[in-house]
Design a protein around this ligand. Structure first.
Ligand SMILES: Nc1ncnc2c1ncn2[C@@H]1O[C@H](COP(=O)(O)OP(=O)(O)OP(=O)(O)O)[C@@H](O)[C@H]1O
Ligand SMILES: [Mg+2]
Length: 326
């Protein structure tokens, strides 16, 4: 057995859109080890959420996993039916989303909803379930949990609702927590508190985390390893320190350059020129070449593989030995 908790291999998820196949996730590989946080970054539309939803098989009816494996503790989830997936969701793998108001039901108290999450997987009586819910609210730092447990989602602030979502997600002690832009909708101070909370819970329970974000600051703060996605594929895979010291892929380099620099605030932000290509009409060769400052002839003709560089991986011909940077 490997030490991988999750191993995603060659995952392809396509949408059927007016009889056209849209390759939202087009051959994605990565691993998450026990207790590790993997950051997934990339611009809007690059396939981060579809990757997450593919793992949990929470895809829209028009989406289909057409190839690949999602090995969770060595077992492939792709072939599992709904009933089998229900046993895994919330119990072994949990997910939290950006906007807790859309995930919480406004008609039920938070205590009831945490209780439901627990009761789906464990047979507990009403009283025990309630005290577990209170315990969970306390764990995620909600003041007066005994009182809050009987409140409705609209009575809580955005930050508190996100804490409730985390409480719900962790209520069955999952081994993997997928967080899809968990702090994007929150203001900066609350965002920092939620990230701190996730970090401390991770240390306490050794939960592995897949942290999806477009915010490189969040990744630097939280992740051990990072995958950078572009147009449905992984273009770079690296430990977080090396990625920030020296991004390998020109796209990662572009993302880094578009971050404000603390030591030189006057330095102008360099946004990456152009925009993400339409998945209907991907360029030949490397998907990034129209925006790449180093693009050469081969990049326009052939698709690069993931090349291995110092235990990192990068999908770019500059690392293939075929061309040089100029
Ligand atoms: N129901 C759908 N039908 C067709 N295409 C879809 C559908 N849902 C998503 N897509 C496409 O799949 C691609 C990947 O979407 P995804 O939601 O994974 O992006 P993302 O990386 O999570 O972006 P964001 O940062 O905005 O959340 C997008 O280009 C999107 O247009
Ligand atoms: Mg998304």
């Amino acid at each position: 057995m490997s030490d991988y908790l999750l191993e995603v291999k060659g995952l392809k998820t396509y949408f059927n859109h007016f009889n056209k196949q849209v390759p939202a996730v087009n051959g994605v590989d990565f691993v998450v080890r026990k207790g590790e946080t993997l950051g997934i970054v990339g611009e809007s539309g690059c396939g981060k959420s579809v990757t997450a939803m593919s793992i949990l098989k929470l895809l829209a009816p028009e989406a289909k996993i057409v190839d690949g494996q999602v090995l969770f503790k060595g077992k492939d989830l792709v072939g599992l039916n709904d009933r089998q997936m229900t046993r895994i969701r919330g119990n072994e793998i949990s997910i939290i989303f950006q906007e807790p108001m859309t995930s919480l039901n406004p008609a039920y108290t938070v205590g009831y909803q945490i209780g439901e999450a627990i009761r789906t997987h464990q047979k507990l009586d009403k009283k025990t379930t309630r005290s577990r819910a209170v315990e969970m609210l306390k764990l995620v730092g909600i003041p007066d949990p005994d009182k809050r447990v009987d409140e409705y989602p609209h009575e809580l602030s955005g930050g508190m609702r996100q804490r409730v979502m985390i409480a719900m997600a962790l209520s069955c002690n999952p081994e993997l927590l997928i967080a899809d832009e968990p702090t994007t909708a929150l203001d900066v101070t609350v965002q920092a508190q939620i990230l701190e909370l996730m970090k401390s819970l991770k240390e306490k329970f050794h939960t592995s985390i897949m942290m999806i974000t477009h915010d490189l600051g969040v990744v630097a703060e939280m992740a051990d390893y990072v995958i950078v996605m572009y147009a449905g594929t992984v273009v770079e895979y690296s430990d977080v320190k090396s990625l920030y010291n020296k991004p390998l892929h020109p796209y990662t380099e572009g993302l880094m350059n578009s971050l404000p620099k603390i030591d030189d605030p006057k330095d102008k932000l360099e946004a990456i020129p152009g925009s993400v290509p339409s998945l209907y009409d991907l360029p030949n060769g490397c998907s990034f070449w129209p925006r790449c400052p180093y693009a050469q002839e081969i990049c326009k003709q052939e698709k690069p593989e993931l090349y291995e560089v110092d235990q990192r991986k990068v999908r770019c011909f500059l690392y293939s030995g075929k061309i040089e940077r100029r």
